[in-house]
Design a protein around this ligand. Structure first.
Ligand code: ZN
Length: 860
């Protein structure tokens, strides 16, 4: 801890210089301990022709925890109540952070804050190549403040996370110019410049700390302030990972402007958004959950501790639908656009086709969340609606029995987070089983969505409510994303992305995936990991809860059957974990790679996410799987009823906050003290599950039991039959086949996965067996998990007549196809390699960067 305290803001510079973008670790550069963003106002134009998003962002700040006078830790700085260190640090005196900048910049050839007189400030921007990566430094200043060695070295430096953005201008916003804003100021004396500056910061302070019930007024004034005129350009400079801003002669964060406006443009190649076409070949753009999050979309404070609200206005051509993390389901507004209108012979004609008319979309959130959770998707999506209202949305009564009285009492308790209009305090919101939701998809997938997805959503939402209670978010959009999306799903505030891969086969894969993403509303979003390396807090919980929700969502399923399905799932996950542990670097198998230093940041608030950019890690599931097994093993020890009651209490206590693993484990063991006698201790759990590579010891003891489950035994019987069929087919290949005599059992999708995986272990399967297998289970109509195993069998046994299945899979199920490429290459079979090259050539351009990188490594 002391090491961390001694490192100072210079770490920023050091980090920036030592970081190789090609390396694995991801830096979070923002100095959140000095300045903490509270709200973003984005105002953006999206142009599909140039694939550029351009506009302004206004950031509203409060001084960070290191800079608060009197060290009041309660004011938003400390998000986790158990964070003792944060409280201690919060009371430290505020230092002027940058000392000796010039020495460092000269040493490394950095040319920050180069002179650039007003009027020529755009030189680096004209070609749009004013790249962070090129370490160009733009500056906009009305004053010639070049002499950094003499004046600049003591100046406070605001560091924002930023990458692949062209920053055009940065300025202070004159919030005092907003009519009616006087009510936010206690004294209205405006005698000198310093007082005016203080006044502006005081206004921002009053605005960001307005009580939660005045959120409408707050949003209104955020809007007005964001439109206020500028009052002085600020000096800025960009590095590979950051945007650094300073104001001449301002040395303390509290004197630094608390409202700043940044003019910027994204770059087509920026890695926060993907410009592509949807399945109906129409253009679209979306945030694809890249490891660098949103910093190539807008300059921001990436560290999760910078929880903020936001509001966004997006203008784009009227054929597009703009979906976003916003609590309002926005209706677009037609813009009164100034455009050239030609008057010819008295006739007014618009020079543009109607599809060029612009629409404006406005979204906002009132719940503070990390900027990384912000999501946007713009495309020609179609809203999918129910033909007739026959869907049975279940009534409150059906599920009320799952709640104990304790849960109802909890609702009355107050929340632990910073003040915002919280649904947990609102009885009407708390009893809402199904939140309002919409489904969007490309035109060509509309019918499949209507058929499979539409009615699952209310079922899964109410199942989630039955398990955990209050939905943390007030509404939900579900979008079927383009085929190059690299995973099966992604959850963000108010919006879930699903891959088209969940729309094949029956409802099983779609339902379980939907449950997984819905679970993230609680674990991952409402309760976030304070340290991003603790991914298991989000993924382990969602994987565990996906089974629980799905069992409830399948209404008629008897308890025993639900349990059996979960045991089968456990076995499949166990096999997956075993394989992954055998085939990956040990270091990547640890759930808490930073061990006891987890959650620590430098004095200024920066940190480095270990392996954050590792392409291999992105495809690993160890955090999902080990996290899941840990939670499952705790449930078994404690008993499900007690466990779920605890989970609801935990959610009640920690929603709206960031946590570390310990927060969960300590509360669990305190809540259930008698369990301590069973050898459960936080230290033991951390040692066995979180801090070590490989398979956790307790799990090794448990894994035998799943083999005995009925659904697994059933599969084993079928495998035996197939092996016999195969042997007979090989022996009497020339005689008349009598396979028809074998009666095969009907199998569930997960059973089919296990069956095919087991058959993959067979050395030889003859052509006839494969044909029969395909016919018996209609494999080409199964969900993508089953078809994936089928494709593996086709590759392994060089079943050339079904190579079309592989081709289709690699094009339509890109989220799952990556490893299939490896298998096509490994046999060193010319035809298979040709197939791999062909499919990669067809999809490469669209493929997301990490997937393309991994596949290219396999192929070339
Ligand atoms: Zn709350």
């Amino acid at each position: 801890m002391t090491e961390n305290l001694q490192s100072c803001c210079l770490a920023n510079w050091k980090m920036e210089m030592e970081l190789d973008p090609a390396k694995d670790d991801l830096p979070l550069m923002a100095n959140t301990r000095h300045m903490l963003v509270k709200h973003y106002v984005l105002d953006l134009d999206v142009d599909f022709k140039s694939q550029v998003i351009e506009g302004t962002i206004v950031l509203f700040f409060e001084p960070g925890s290191r800079c608060k006078k009197g060290g009041s830790a309660g004011e938003g700085a400390c998000l986790s109540q158990s964070d003792e260190t944060c409280k201690i640090r919060a009371s430290e005196p505020c230092h002027s952070p940058v000392t000796n900048v010039s020495a460092r910049s000269s040493k490394t050839g950095y040319n920050d804050f180069a002179v650039c007189a007003k009027g020529e400030k755009d030189t680096s921007d004209k070609n749009g190549n004013h790249s962070n990566g090129e370490q160009a430094s733009g500056i906009s200043s009305s004053k010639n403040c070049c002499d950094i060695e003499n004046h600049g070295s003591e100046d406070f430096l605001l560091v924002l996370d930023c990458c692949d953005l062209s920053v055009l201008k940065v300025e202070e916003v004159d919030v005092a110019a907003v009519p009616g804003i006087e009510k936010f100021t206690r004294s209205a004396k405006l005698t000198d410049a310093e007082e005016l500056r203080n006044l502006r910061n005081q206004i921002v302070h009053e605005l960001v700390t307005l009580p939660a019930d005045r959120w409408r007024e707050q949003l209104y004034y955020y809007t007005r302030c964001s439109q206020a005129p500028g009052c002085g350009e600020l000096l800025f400079s960009t590095g590979t990972w950051s945007l650094m801003i300073r104001k001449a002669e301002v040395q303390a964060p509290r004197d630094f402007p608390h409202a700043i406006r940044i003019w910027y443009k994204t770059k087509p190649e920026g890695r926060s958004v993907t410009w592509t076409t949807d399945q109906s070949s129409r253009p679209c753009v979306y945030t694809m959950g890249s490891p660098i999050n949103n910093r190539a979309l807008f300059p921001c404070q990436e560290p999760p501790v910078a929880m903020s609200t936001w509001q966004t206005t997006v203008r784009t051509a009227s054929c597009f639908v703009v979906l976003m993390s916003g609590e309002n389901s926005a209706e677009p507004a037609q813009l009164q656009e100034e455009r050239e209108i030609k008057v010819q012979g008295g006739q007014v004609t618009c020079p543009r086709p109607c599809s060029w008319c612009l629409l404006s979309w406005y979204y906002y959130v009132t719940m503070p969340m990390p900027a990384s959770t912000f999501t946007i998707a713009i495309g020609c999506w179609t809203e999918v609606k129910q033909e007739s209202h026959t869907a049975d949305v279940r009534t409150n009564n059906e599920f009320s029995s799952l709640f104990s009285r304790a849960d109802l009492r909890l609702i009355e308790g107050s929340c632990g987070h910073v003040a915002y209009p919280c649904r947990f305090q609102n009885p009407a919101a708390s009893s809402q089983l199904v939140i309002p939701h919409r489904v969007f998809a490309p035109w060509c997938l509309k019918d499949r969505c209507a058929e499979i997805l539409l009615e699952l959503i209310p079922q899964c939402l109410s199942a989630a409510h039955a398990t955990l209670g209050t939905h943390p978010f007030s509404r939900l959009d579900v979008l079927i994303v383009p085929s190059n999306f690299s995973s099966l799903g992604m959850a963000s505030p108010h919006i879930i992305f699903l891959s088209q891969s969940v729309l094949t086969g029956g409802s099983h894969l779609c339902g379980t995936r939907l449950c997984h993403e819905i679970a993230h509303a609680w674990f991952g979003l409402a309760i976030g990991a304070r340290d991003w390396t603790e991914e298991w807090i989000s993924e382990g919980f969602a994987t565990y809860l996906e089974d629980v929700f799905w069992a409830v969502a399948q209404q008629q399923l008897p308890h025993d059957e639900a349990r059996e399905q979960q045991e089968l799932k456990a076995l499949l996950r166990w096999r997956r974990l075993r394989d992954e542990v055998q085939n990956s670097e040990e270091e990547l198998q640890v759930l808490r790679p930073n061990k006891e230093n987890t959650g620590e940041v430098s004095e200024s608030g920066t940190c480095i996410i270990k392996h954050g950019l590792n392409a291999e890690k992105i495809f690993m599931q160890v955090h999902y799987l080990k996290g899941y097994f840990l939670l499952q093993s705790l449930a078994k020890r404690i008993g499900e009823a007690t466990y779920f009651e605890f989970l609801r209490k935990f959610v009640q206590k920690f929603h709206g906050q960031l946590i570390l693993s310990q927060d969960f484990l300590y509360m669990l063991l305190e809540d259930i003290p008698e369990q301590k006698g069973y050898g459960l201790s936080v230290e033991n759990i951390i040692r066995a599950w979180l801090d070590t590579s490989g398979i956790p010891k307790p799990l090794l003891e448990e894994c035998q039991t799943w083999d005995q489950c009925r659904l697994v035994r059933q599969v084993n019987d079928e495998v035996t039959k197939w092996i016999q069929v195969n042997q007979r087919a090989r022996k009497r290949s020339k005689r008349k086949r009598r396979q028809d005599e074998v009666a095969f059992q009907k199998l569930l999708p997960d059973q089919l996965v296990l069956l095919l995986e087991s058959l993959l272990e067979e050395k030889t399967l003859c052509l006839r067996t494969l044909q029969c297998l395909e016919k018996t289970y209609h494999l080409d109509e199964q969900d993508s998990e089953v078809r994936h195993r089928w494709c593996e069998l086709v590759v392994k046994h060089k079943y050339t007549t079904r190579y079309a299945d592989i081709e289709k899979f690699l094009k339509e199920d890109q989220a799952m196809g990556v490893y299939l490429y490896g298998e096509l290459m490994v046999n060193e079979d010319a035809k298979q390699q040709e197939l791999a090259y062909k499919c990669f050539a067809a999809t490469q351009k669209q493929m997301d960067v990490s997937s393309a990188k991994v596949v290219a490594e396999m192929l070339f």
